[in-house]
Design a protein around this ligand. Structure first.
Ligand SMILES: *Cc1c(COP(=O)(O)O)cnc(C)c1O
Length: 422
């Protein structure tokens, strides 16, 4: 059952409680490979479920609009100070409601409507908020986009430089949602300097790897750094904006009062808890194991003939192009889910298929590493993925059901924070 137990929820709203229990069991029984997901600790869960949700705290520590901030002020200060210490930044704002609003705040701080902004194209691995056309950021600004090279699957920094010098964007984004390779923050910083742009590093996916020393840091290179707190960083759903001292006031004003009202204090507290966890030496081990598991899984998939974008991975994330397997991404993702393997269909660079039915699969190792799976499990996991993809093509439901049962058997031995056998 869900841990901590939810007896009041069962009494007050049994239907809802049943769904929460079912979700806890689902998370226990599946190999969770969605690259943006994780399992938070019981301590983070408790902070998220605390009475802090009752309190309004518009403003910043020592400068609030409502009374009664005796406890919220030190909580937010703890979160801010821990973020500054962990990442080695001058300034941190922990109030953004999530990653997308954090990125919007960067536009509000550094650009005006109609200004040219530059980011990685969504189908190449960028995020919606880096200027994609359906996003407010693509509609209210003039977006220009870079991608990856067709032959390498990697960002071509010469192309980025040429585009930046030609278009002179106000903001250049680096980072993305489907980038399996190390981001060269120093090179992006040099380009931004030449172009007179603000460099915004969106490290939502890799923040935990950076904190744990398993990916280079953008600190000292980027003017402003945004991150979600709930992906590899393993905190609650939320976000932070970090910056040099020079940009602190602009960032803070953009978040409040520019974009948001009261911060979610229960989230702020849970962010503080997760930052403390991420500062512990074990978190460095965790980050290294995430990367080692991804490398092992990529190697095992490669041996089975899977075509990996860029040929492999440097971080937690793997992007598979299924074209050679004769199966599209969406039916494969659905069949894998029935086989107990949860991931998402994804566009691959230069995808000939439509975005809602693309050619690829995206997966990541952050959650399974928290769960305790190691490199030794990765060949078996690759074998299950291979079998399930084959079964998709052959509409072989029996095989999918057999794999799901085998996975439940394996995972029964790996405890999950947030669930315990009744
Ligand atoms: C996840 C993600 C976001 C958005 O975060 P939400 O919390 O879903 O709004 C922004 N940028 C990148 C690179 C992301 O991976």
């Amino acid at each position: 059952m869900h841990q901590p137990a939810v007896p009041h929820l069962h009494a007050a709203d049994p239907d809802l409680a049943g769904l929460v229990e079912a979700e806890a069991r689902r998370q226990f029984e599946k190999v969770r490979l969605i690259a943006s997901e994780n399992y938070v600790s019981p301590a983070v869960l408790e902070a998220t479920g605390s009475v802090l949700t009752n309190k309004y705290s518009e403003g910043y520590t020592g400068r609030r609009y409502y009374e009664g901030q005796q406890n919220v002020d030190p909580i937010e200060t703890l979160a801010v100070e821990r973020a500054k210490a962990l990442f080695g930044v001058d300034h941190a704002n922990v109030q953004p409601y999530s990653g997308s609003p954090a990125n919007l705040a960067v536009y509000l701080a550094f650009a005006r409507p109609g200004d040219t902004v530059m980011g990685m194209a969504l189908p190449m691995g960028g995020h919606l908020t880096h200027g994609w056309s359906v996003s407010a950021t693509g509609r209210w600004f003039n977006p220009v986009r870079y991608g990856v090279r067709a032959d390498t699957g990697r960002v071509d920094l010469d192309e980025v430089r040429d585009l930046a010098l030609r278009e002179r964007p106000k903001i250049i984004w680096c980072g993305g949602t489907a980038v399996p390779r190390t981001i060269d923050f120093a090179a992006f910083a040099e380009i931004a300097r030449e172009a007179g742009a603000i460099l915004a590093a969106d490290v939502a996916h890799i923040a935990g790897l950076i904190a744990g020393g398993a990916h280079p840091s953008p600190v000292g290179h980027a003017d402003v750094i945004t991150t979600t707190t709930h992906k590899t960083l393993r905190g609650p759903r939320g976000a932070m904006i970090m910056s040099t001292a020079e940009h602190a006031t602009a960032v803070d004003k953009a978040v409040f009062p520019g974009l948001q009202g009261g911060p979610h204090n229960h989230t702020t507290a849970a962010i503080a808890v997760s930052l403390r966890e991420a500062a512990a030496p074990e978190f460095g081990d965790y980050a290294r194991r995430v990367v080692a598991n991804a490398a092992a899984l990529a190697a095992a998939l490669g041996e089975r003939g899977f075509d990996l974008v860029s040929g492999g991975t440097d971080n937690h994330l793997i992007l598979i192009d299924l074209t050679g397997k004769g199966v599209a991404g969406k039916p494969a993702a659905r069949a894998l889910d029935r086989a107990g393997i949860e991931l998402n269909h994804n566009t691959v660079p230069f995808d000939p298929r439509k975005p809602f039915d693309p050619s690829g699969l995206r997966l990541g190792t952050a959650a399974i590493t928290t769960r305790g799976l190691t490199e030794a499990h990765m060949p078996q996991l690759a074998a299950w993925i291979d079998e399930a993809v084959q079964a998709t093509a052959e509409q072989d439901e029996a095989t999918l059901g057999r794999i799901a049962a085998e996975i439940r058997g394996l995972l029964a031995d790996f405890p999950m924070p947030g669930w315990a056998a009744a």
